[in-house]
Design a protein around this ligand. Structure first.
Ligand SMILES: O=C(CO)COP(=O)(O)O
Length: 140
């Protein structure tokens, strides 16, 4: 599965702790992240992540583009609801696209726990069916 990892500054410690706790599970998947989040996770774990730009510099949009191509299977996005973000429109666009394509999206640690446990039990396997079906889609 392709999984995106994103956290706002106030939530980065939480996401790093979460990724560390479930490192074994995540090591079996392909991970993507916005720049600073990915760097933090790689420093704290032995996980490898494909890194996009930092969120405010377009990273959320790059992950959104993968969602629009149906190439992202789940998103862990630990949002900070108490701090205004300069790139709020990009954040909303990412969340919107997750809803457009019915991509499982965890915006806090409690939901992320449910998602990772579902992942462990193989409950996201339906995503592979979708991926196979959309593989032949035109992109032009
Ligand atoms: O701002 C972000 C998501 O909206 C996260 O970006 P960074 O991982 O680069 O801090």
């Amino acid at each position: 599965m392709n999984i995106a990892c994103i956290a706002h500054d106030e939530k980065k410690d939480d996401l790093v702790a979460f990724m560390t706790a479930y490192e074994q599970v995540f090591s079996g998947h392909t991970l993507y992240a916005t720049g600073t989040t990915g760097k933090r996770i790689m420093e704290a774990t032995s996980l490898n992540l494909h890194m996009f730009r930092s969120g405010p510099l377009g990273g959320d949009q790059q992950i959104g583009a993968m969602i629009a191509e149906n190439k992202m299977d789940a998103v862990l996005f630990f949002r900070d609801p108490l701090t205004a973000q300069p790139h709020e429109p990009d954040i909303n666009a990412l969340i919107r696209l997750s809803d457009v394509y019915s991509i499982p999206l965890a915006t806090n640690m409690a939901t992320a726990e449910l998602l990772v446990n579902a992942l462990k039990r193989g409950e996201l396997e339906w995503r592979r069916v979708i991926a196979e079906r959309t593989e032949g889609d035109r992109h032009d």
